[in-house]
Ligand binder design. Structure first.
Ligand code: GAR
Length: 321
């Protein structure tokens, strides 16, 4: 199996979600492993469980110092453990902006409501009070704004007549234990998921002026110009022609540039079969930490190389302002 994604789990309390994630990580084919359980409360029950299960733990009380000091200590522990992702599981501290920025798109959280409803605390009481038919839990990407990042997955839990926050919360926990490990697995795997990568490429390519997609020899191509006279400026290649890569084929200025790229950065570029002969380079997409701005730059450059003058003139003019 490919290397598993390394995650650090931050907890403040019982750590039942941490336990669910831990036991899921030990099932065959789990795409992640826990390398650290860390807490801001040294006597958190979850730490003892992690120790019992042989997982490295770390505790640093948040009392008596700033948010930044607390975050720096937790971050150093996560880095020492080799974590690539941080998973918050009942970690009841707001993270500092710098920390969230440094781990952009690599921190996940679970929140006990159907976001965007009921951010913050007392979510069950608020859902019952409002007369909602359902409560639930959401897994989201952490951004600087509290409980506001992209929602990745949700589980709905029906509210029973006579539910109290405690009775409802107990059932939401059961749902969380199913939801969180699955959402983490999907998230850490998506960099090698062709469906996810293609959707990202489409989003960027088709946002360029006068573009459309067209199947070409078993790959999806992107063209600029009219349906009739348009020209290809990119192809999405999913391990095509025996390649192990999922890649984006874009146009270089010619063989010299292509060979420079491939020889200089073999982890980033390769020379694709057939297309390589006419100066197309493969930008490898299924890499950890792939930078989508880089793909966007290549797509724009490639688009510009084949787009009709009437279109490039317009974007040139726009660039001047
Ligand atoms: C979970 O229900 C989680 O959704 C909630 O804390 C609980 C932790 O339980 N998180 C938040 O409220 C975050 N704002 P656990 O320690 O048993 O996993």
């Amino acid at each position: 199996m490919a290397d598993r994604a390394k995650i650090a789990v931050f907890i403040s309390g019982g750590g039942t979600n941490m336990a669910a994630i831990l036991y899921a990580s030990r099932l065959p084919d789990s795409p992640f492993e826990i390398v650290l359980v860390a807490s801001n409360t040294p006597d958190a029950a979850g730490l003892a469980l992690a120790q019992l299960e042989g997982i490295p733990t770390y505790a640093h009380s948040h009392k008596g110092h700033s948010r930044e000091v607390q975050d720096a200590a937790m971050e150093a522990a996560a880095l020492d453990a080799g974590a690539q992702f941080i998973v918050l599981a009942g970690y009841m501290r707001i993270l500092s902006e710098g920390f969230v920025k440094r781990w952009d798109k690599r921190i996940l959280n679970i929140h006990p409501s159907l976001l965007p409803k009921y951010k913050g605390l007392d979510t069950f009481a608020r859902a019952i009070e409002a007369g909602d038919s359902h409560a639930g839990a959401s897994v989201h990407v952490v951004t600087a704004e509290l409980d506001a990042g992209d929602v990745l997955a949700q589980a709905k839990v029906a509210i029973a007549p006579g539910d109290t926050p405690e009775s409802l919360g107990g059932r939401v926990k059961l749902a969380e234990h199913q939801l969180y490990p699955r959402a983490i697995a999907d998230y850490v795997s998506r960099g090698s998921d062709p469906g996810f990568l293609l959707a990202k490429v489409k989003g960027i390519a088709l946002a360029l002026p006068e573009t459309h997609e067209r199947e070409s020899h078993g790959s999806l191509g992107f063209r600029v110009g009219t349906e009739k006279t348009g020209k290809y400026f990119a192809y999405f290649s999913d391990r095509h022609h025996g390649s192990e890569h999922i890649s984006l084929l874009v146009k270089t200025s010619g063989m010299d540039e292509l060979m420079n790229l491939v020889e200089g950065q073999p982890d980033v570029y390769y020379k694709p079969a057939f297309y390589g002969a006419s100066g197309w380079v493969g930008l490898i997409l299924n890499r950890p930490d792939f930078d989508w701005d880089h793909a966007a730059e290549w797509l724009e450059r490639s688009w510009r190389a084949v787009a009709p003058k009437r279109l490039t003139k317009l974007t040139d003019a726009a660039d001047m302002f």
